[in-house]
Design a protein around this ligand. Structure first.
Ligand SMILES: Cc1cc2nc3c(=O)[nH]c(=O)nc-3n(C[C@H](O)[C@H](O)[C@H](O)COP(=O)(O)OP(=O)(O)OC[C@H]3O[C@@H](n4cnc5c(N)ncnc54)[C@H](O)[C@@H]3O)c2cc1C
Length: 175
């Protein structure tokens, strides 16, 4: 719970890149960084088709009649939220690999920052800086996919005191 900007009660710091930067600043070494990704959504219905990974590009048909395409992996960037010619190239690569996509309308272009821990693994468990508080960070490229399991192990830990976090996902593994 946030009261005048100060958390109270049981606290899990799930603050992505900001949390990795806070850790790095306090510990004086890089614990993790931001990897920008740009992706696009096409008006192309193939809900029963499999996902394709070709020429470094993911083509992901959705149930709603759209198809996702992604993505870039950028360590260097000026603006975390903008898309540019690098995304055009990703779309071109997807269309070259899957000619059936040629002519599909681009509905949306977007960009975001992936929180990448030095270990490339999630960082879960007791927070290394804030005593009595917890951290869930480092989702990097699997943050959505892992979210239900992360939520489960964090709820078990925070609410029940049951620790089922794999060793490689503990904060110590990334510090
Ligand atoms: C283009 C792209 C494609 C991706 N595709 C996939 C995919 O197909 N599958 C997959 O599993 N993952 C994918 N990811 C990765 C996924 O987006 C991340 O792993 C995931 O978003 C991490 O979730 P998070 O909640 O830990 O961090 P974030 O999504 O970064 O959220 C952290 C939040 O904390 C907020 N915050 C920061 N500081 C504070 C504070 N002090 N107080 C309160 N709030 C704060 C931030 O504003 C932000 O909203 C993709 C990422 C990108 C960029």
């Amino acid at each position: 719970m946030l009261r005048e900007g100060v958390p109270s009660g049981l606290v899990i710091h799930a603050t992505g890149v900001a949390g990795l930067r806070e850790l790095s600043a306090h510990l004086g070494r890089e614990v993790g960084n931001a990897v920008k990704g740009q992706a696009a959504l096409l008006h192309f219905a193939a809900p029963d088709s499999p996902q394709i990974f070709a020429d470094g590009v993911h083509v992901v048909p959705h149930e709603d009649g759209t198809t996702g395409i992604g993505s870039t992996s950028e360590r260097e960037f000026d603006n975390p939220g903008t898309t540019d010619a690098q995304l055009d190239e990703v779309i071109e690569r997807a269309m070259a690999a899957m000619p059936v996509l040629h002519g599909a309308r681009v509905i949306e272009r977007w960009a975001g920052l992936r929180p990448r821990a030095r270990s490339r693994a999630p960082i879960l468990g007791a927070h290394p800086l804030h005593r009595g508080e917890f951290i869930a960070n480092g989702g990097f490229k699997i943050g959505f996919g892992m979210a239900p399991k992360v939520a489960q192990v964090m709820a078990d830990l925070v609410l029940e005191g049951r620790d089922a976090i794999p060793d490689g996902f503990r904060a110590e593994a990334s510090l």
